[in-house]
Design a protein around this ligand. Sequence first.
Ligand code: ADP
Length: 437
Amino acid sequence: MHRIRLQFVTGLVLFILPVFFSKYIWSSPGFSLMAAGWFFFSGYLLYSYFIAPLERFSVLMPEVKEAPHFMEFIRETGTRLEELRNTARRAIKEKEEMASILFSMVEGVVTTDSGGRISFMNPAAERLFNLEHGSALGKFPREVWREFELVELFHQVFVTGKPQSKELNLDPPLRKYLSLELVPIRAAEYEETRGVLAVVRDLTRLRHLENMRTEFVANVSHELRTPLTSVKGFIETLLDGGLENMEATKRFLTIIYQETDRLNRLINDLLDLSRLESGETELKRARVFLAPLVEEVRQTLQNRLTEKNLSFSVELGPTAVWADEDRIREVLVNLLDNAVKYTPDGGSIKVSEVDHGDMQEFIICDTGFGIPRESIPRLFERFYRVDKARSREMGGTGLGLSIVKHIIDRHEGKVWVQSELGKGSCFHFMLPKFQQE
Ligand code: ADP
């Protein structure tokens, strides 16, 4: 830079010098004073317009400081600016990529700064903790969360600089099961902690599934043990001398027969359900009319309908659905069998339909015991029964409605129930219509 400055001053002097040797200027002192003033003024202007900005450049970019002359200085500055522009573009792109990764992550990411305040929270974390966008930024964890354990985790990692991982069960209103991994933010391994980075995963669904599986195994064991215990008890009684009494023997054998029959039904339902859940059975879809199927099922139930003096009416038109006939028969068997089981003597059962364009809705209504409102959301769960004793007494397995739900779901349909306690229930299911082409 010194050299360029020297070159500039020398150039200026050489440029103005002939004026000072002019005879006219020397001969008039007023003019010589003006020329000197003009010389310093134009020198100052040129310096502040051209050299001073270059000096600022040379401070910002030490690499171009040693340029041998003005043109080289300008060229190097240009090249350097180009490089800086490319670096800045790359940095902006990388930052944008990083931001989009963090924003689209399924896991929640939270960071705190060196003061312990929250400096970043991605949308997934905001969703997990039910926070409004940006509302946690700049706050301390204790101001954002009421859960002591969560706040303490951030504090521990910040103070000790040691990573921590924990699974937390958040109380209502969040009601979530979360896994948290917290690590200190440091520039290098032995440096001081600058903040905390937390990765949060939502394990609520997984935990729910695990609970369901455990519950299912417990339920199956219980359901199998009850009839087996009863069968074993009656056989023991018979072996202990009960065989001598013909009447009692007959009664016990009837019970044993009923219990083994129930076991058989339970195992068949379980196998059916597991096949449906695993998706290993393909649906054999074709054009299916509901009216003949309902008639078929009615015939199998006729004895019980007569026994209980139940009236049975069908209002079905000729609309066909796109379905697996055997599976839909299974749905009808379960729903109509329930209607018969849970309707007291003298009641009525009605099957009807409603047109919904591409879909057809079928409704099976009875004038039975009805279902309490609080039981309706759980009705299609495996082994859920409103009245356990009554269901057992009727020979139910508690799996019928979950089989129905699986079958209808696999047909891209929908099943739901409307019921009033003491008045009766209506089970609705919707299926896609058969399309002609
Ligand atoms: P189950 O073998 O016990 O009948 P389901 O899965 O078919 O099992 O039905 C689950 C429970 O739903 C039954 O135990 C019963 O309490 C209730 N339920 C089903 N259908 C009816 C109905 N039509 N009227 C009243 N309650 C019903």
